[in-house]
Design a protein around this ligand. Structure first.
Ligand code: OGA
Ligand code: NI
Length: 361
């Protein structure tokens, strides 16, 4: 691909392509400031192990029922074992994915004043640019720059997305609608795998939210100190689908009790079980805990599409999955409740939304 994403460390501020003049990761600093160093309990491994990530081939998914049920069995195993899997033959073309990645690179390469137009620390803003998670508010900071924007219904939001680069709206918009369709199909497969039928959540998902987290991790000047791109967390969503330009996503393998990096698989997308699916499944499927690690060579981009119910629509355990042997394990909550949690808590210090929902710990 044609982007320039070589290291710009050591450049002076005016020539750094990430200079906003604010956070360290954008100023091209040659060292990592103290506020970015995380507690040693989160230490990233210098030589990350490869995670054992299930790969689900979706080519049989839209065919006859026999093939479809095999795919659903694979999805069920993956959700149950890991809360995470990679998908291939998912139907989203390479050119659509490359277009989304190049628009993201194009945006982050813009001059500072252009990006600053969208800068905000107000997590309720439907379109905003920022650094870390809540930079200048949270105690520990992360080596990330991001653009977040709502994406559904597309026509309601696309006009408030970045006007530059000029192809951003079209290319990112095309990717967003395709990945959303795929997400809703996968959600149908997942509810089917839970014995609830494929249409169980489709009306609410069709009316639901799609939040895009477009993440940029500039090269880190000193990977030997404990700095992360994003701290361990699970997503609030039902389902998150991630597209990444290079590896750097690590997941926690609960069975093995260790972190592993998600291996590169050309053309694949990554699917996360989110907190709201954990709730819906009454704990049968667990949201995957993941984090973003850094490298010193080049900029990494990831585009996460977080799909959930509507802003105020509460997600609760499916009543079909609750009985005397399996009492309800979680309180109901909405995307809006998650935002309130996020504004009051510091995820980098280990606070997790799902823990606030647990009735049975
Ligand atoms: C996220 C996230 C992972 C990545 O945006 O929630 O976990 O690889 N991103 O950037
Ligand atoms: Ni995440």
């Amino acid at each position: 691909m044609e982007f320039s994403h070589g290291s710009n460390m050591g450049n002076d501020e005016s020539s750094s392509s990430f200079s906003t003049g604010k956070s360290a990761q954008e100023r091209g600093l040659s060292h990592v400031p103290e506020s970015y160093v995380i507690p040693t309990s989160h230490d990233p491994n210098l030589h990350p192990e490869t995670a054992k990530v299930p790969v689900v081939d979706l080519s049989g998914f839209r065919h006859g029922s026999a093939q479809r049920s095999l795919v659903i069995q694979d999805i069920k195993n993956a959700c149950h074992r890991m809360g995470f899997f990679q998908i291939i033959n998912h139907g989203i073309s390479q050119s659509l994915m490359d277009g989304a990645l190049s628009s993201a690179f194009g945006f982050f390469n813009l001059p500072t004043p252009e990006k600053m137009k969208l800068m905000s620390n107000d997590i309720h803003k439907p379109v905003r640019y920022g650094t870390s998670i809540k930079d200048e508010i949270d105690n520990i900071q992360f080596w990330r720059v991001f653009l977040k924007h709502y994406a559904h219904p597309l026509e309601d939001w696309i006009h408030s997305w970045p006007a530059n680069p000029p192809y951003y709206r079209e290319k990112m918009g095309n990717y967003c609608s395709e990945v959303r369709k795929l997400g809703i199909e996968l959600m149908g497969a997942i509810t089917e795998s839970l014995g609830l039928g494929s249409a169980y959540s489709s009306d609410k998902m069709n009316e639901g939210m799609q939040v895009m987290a477009v993440n940029c991790y500039p090269p880190c000047p000193n990977p030997n100190v404990a700095v992360l791109g994003l701290p361990p967390h699970s997503d609030y969503s039902c389902l998150t689908i991630v597209l990444q330009s290079s590896p750097g996503l690590e997941i926690m393998d609960m069975e093995e009790g260790k972190w592993g990096i998600v291996p590169k698989l050309h053309g694949a997308l990554q699917v996360h079980v989110g907190d709201h699916l954990e709730v819906l499944s009454n704990g049968l499927y667990k949201g995957v805990v993941h984090r973003a690690i850094l490298n010193c060579e080049g900029t990494r981009i990831s585009i996460a599409s977080l799909m959930s119910l509507g802003f105020d629509e509460k997600m609760g355990a499916a009543k079909e999955l609750v009985d005397e042997q399996h009492p309800k394990r979680y309180k109901e909550s909405s995307f809006g409740d998650f935002l309130n949690f996020l504004s009051a808590n510091d995820i980098g210090e280990g606070k997790a939304f799902i823990d606030t929902l647990k009735i049975i710990k």
